[in-house]
Design a protein around this ligand. Structure first.
Ligand code: C2E
Ligand code: MG
Ligand code: MG
Ligand code: MG
Length: 286
């Protein structure tokens, strides 16, 4: 009988471990299925210029559509996808869809900025990354200057010299580069100045801390570092008007967060752009 067998008892006592492994395998299978059946979609969150009050760009954020039509955020599947390497295929899907959507909004006269797409470490390390991006831009007929890529400190610090080469190649195409979640990983200032970046994105954790003087000092410091390196600064995860006002005082140029808008489906984002176009600038700010 199963219950009395030693092997099964062992499994029983390792239930948590076992459940995790099963869960991981389920997610891996779901991702594979999702890639085949086109269950991945892209949401967009606007980035607003604090001076003009205008939408200057948006971040593309992947979502998984469940069979019942629900949406799953990346937190639960990106870690698995990173491990299995499926993130590379997911990333390709996101990049293509983002280029197609933005191309349409540009053609409709609704937008003329940049779309920012997140790149995972595995994607960034692909030897054919630049060729792949070239192909997608060509296929979707999107000029490269409408594209921005977000990479993390962890990604570039895995192999800084190689990362600098890749970043230079991307910049040579007119693609902008942002360092995402800045301040949460490990990167030296010595490297930071060597990375051909355009933008630093201050991680939400620092924005959350702005209720304290120490926290505000930290953000002040990050903004100063960015400006000394001639980089623009985006604050992510801005949720309150108070945070917005503090960031404005600290001369942060661009904000992204629920205060302004949650990530929206392509359809809702288009409607948002239409609304923006009607509004006079600054109305959204005051
Ligand atoms: P991220 O690149 O730092 O993206 C910002 C995350 O913060 C998004 O979560 C966004 O929905 C969330 N966020 C924005 N404003 C606020 C706010 O005011 N309050 C709160 N609480 N959250 C806010 P999301 O969409 O769940 O994505 C999580 C992470 O998953 C991303 O962090 C990024 O690292 C990764 N990710 C998302 N899409 C992709 C993708 O296409 N490829 C790769 N490689 N990674 C992706
Ligand atoms: Mg990002
Ligand atoms: Mg981020
Ligand atoms: Mg973040």
């Amino acid at each position: 009988h199963a219950k009395s067998s030693g092997a099964n008892r062992y499994l029983f006592f390792n239930d948590t471990m076992n459940k995790q492994a099963v869960k991981r395998l389920q997610i891996e299978n779901l991702i594979r299925h999702g890639l085949k059946e086109d269950y991945f979609t892209v949401f967009y969150q606007p980035k607003m210029d604090l001076l003009s009050g205008k939408v200057v760009g948006m971040e593309a954020l992947v979502r998984f559509i469940t069979p019942k039509g629900g949406l799953v955020s990346p937190g639960s599947f990106i870690p698995v996808a990173e491990e299995t390497g499926q993130i590379v295929d997911i990333g390709t899907v996101v990049l293509r869809k983002a280029c197609i959507d933005v191309k349409r909004w540009i053609a409709q006269g609704l937008f003329h900025g940049r779309v920012a797409v997140n790149l995972s470490a595995k994607q960034f390390m692909l030897p054919f990354l630049c060729d792949q991006i070239d192909d997608i831009l060509q296929q979707t007929d999107l000029p490269s200057y409408h594209l921005e890529l977000e990479i993390t400190e962890g990604t570039v610090m895995q192999s800084p010299k190689l990362a600098i080469d890749t970043m230079k190649k991307l910049r040579a195409r007119g693609i902008h580069l942002a360092m995402d979640d800045f301040g949460t990983g490990y990167s030296s200032l010595a490297y930071l100045k060597q990375f051909p970046l355009n933008t630093l994105k201050i991680d939400k954790a620092f924005i959350d801390d702005m209720s304290s003087a120490r926290g505000r000092n930290m953000v002040d410091t990050i903004v100063t570092i960015a400006h000394n390196l001639s980089l623009s600064v985006v604050a992510e995860g801005v949720e309150t008007h108070e945070q917005l006002e503090q960031l404005r005082k600290l001369r942060c140029e661009i904000i992204q967060g629920y205060y302004y808008s949650k990530p929206l489906s392509a359809e809702d984002f288009a409607a948002f752009l239409v609304e923006q176009k009607k509004q006079r600038p600054k109305v959204a700010l005051l």
